[in-house]
Design a protein around this ligand. Structure first.
Ligand code: GLU
Length: 293
């Protein structure tokens, strides 16, 4: 009998080096590391540094130092997204060629001002699950001639997914398998709630959504373990996976670590950074206790 080699489970922790890691990141990193070990699988670290304006080598060095102090080990080489822009461009170009994305000329500031003006008149504007206003439809509806004129004039633009067209192209309803701390089972994906998501910006050649699905596939990730704050974003990831013919991992969205005020921790709250607890004399086991492990 021929033994068919079974693929080893592959987990990843994928922080962005745009601030110090906080206790929520510690929980995510430890869960990924320990689940990989228990499953006899592999644990990868990925540096999500597509936003070159906010990511720094110092924050990246801090990530390595914090994870090593926690006692975690990961495989080398570490994948750094800023070294893979051509891979995201290839995926974007394939969507452009299929007419599933369009150039979007309005800046975040312009959209914000328009939404504020509308809401001041009492017209509510639809928002995505994170509370960000959906992108207005004008650029999607603009004529080919006008679009060409704006592109030829060299106007700065992002590329946005034509959500309705993308959903229609996939046809069948999408789901993902969820095994985390919130709702579990086969979760129906609802990408429509996100509107025409951005896939690349004039100042960053890829977006979080695009690079995360390209990388999870490129690295053979089988288990995505991350915070519940990214639960709804999985709808967009499933849609992109279906459009780009990429495999779908299993998902586990874990509870968030809340601050003393009961609010979600953010990197801007430097005082809750792992490095700060370390300076205050905490041991890695005390930190594990603090985050409920
Ligand atoms: N880079 C993302 C973050 O730091 C996490 C991405 C993911 O796990 O899918 O929030």
């Amino acid at each position: 009998m021929i033994a068919i080699p079974r693929q080893k489970p592959i987990f990843r922790f994928a922080p962005s080096p745009n601030g110090p890691l906080h206790l929520g990141h510690a929980l995510s990193a430890i869960l990924n590391h320990d689940m990989a070990r228990e499953a006899g699988g592999r644990f990868l670290l990925r540096i999500e540094d597509i936003d070159q304006a906010r990511c720094t080598p110092e924050f990246e060095a801090g990530i390595f130092a914090d994870l090593a102090w926690l006692g975690l080990t990961w495989e080398e080489p570490v994948r750094r997204q800023s070294l893979h822009f051509p891979a995201y461009q290839t995926a974007l170009q394939s969507l452009i060629a299929r007419g599933l994305v369009y150039p979007a000329f309005q800046t975040r500031g312009e959209v914000k001002a328009r939404v504020a003006a509308g809401e001041a008149r009492g017209d509510p504007w639809p928002r995505d699950p994170d509370g960000t206003p959906l992108y207005p439809p004008d650029d999607r509806l603009c004529s080919d001639t006008e679009r060409k004129r704006l592109l030829d004039a060299g106007l700065k633009h992002a590329w946005r997914l034509d959500m309705e067209k993308a959903i229609a192209t996939v046809g069948a309803p999408l789901h993902w398998h969820e095994n985390g701390d919130g709702e579990t089972g086969e979760i129906p994906a609802d990408p429509r709630a996100w509107g025409d998501v951005v896939l690349s910006r004039s100042d960053a050649p890829s977006s979080y959504h695009l690079s995360v699905v390209v990388d999870d596939a490129a690295q053979g990730v089988t288990h995505v373990v991350r915070g519940l704050d990214l639960f709804h974003a999985t709808s967009v990831h499933r849609l992109l996976q279906a459009l780009l013919d990429l495999p779908q991992p299993l998902y586990h969205h874990h509870r968030l670590v809340l601050g003393e005020d009961g609010k979600k921790l953010s990197k801007s709250q430097g005082d809750t950074g792992i490095a700060e607890w370390r300076r205050q004399g905490w041991s890695p086991s005390e930190l594990r206790r603090r985050i409920g492990l």
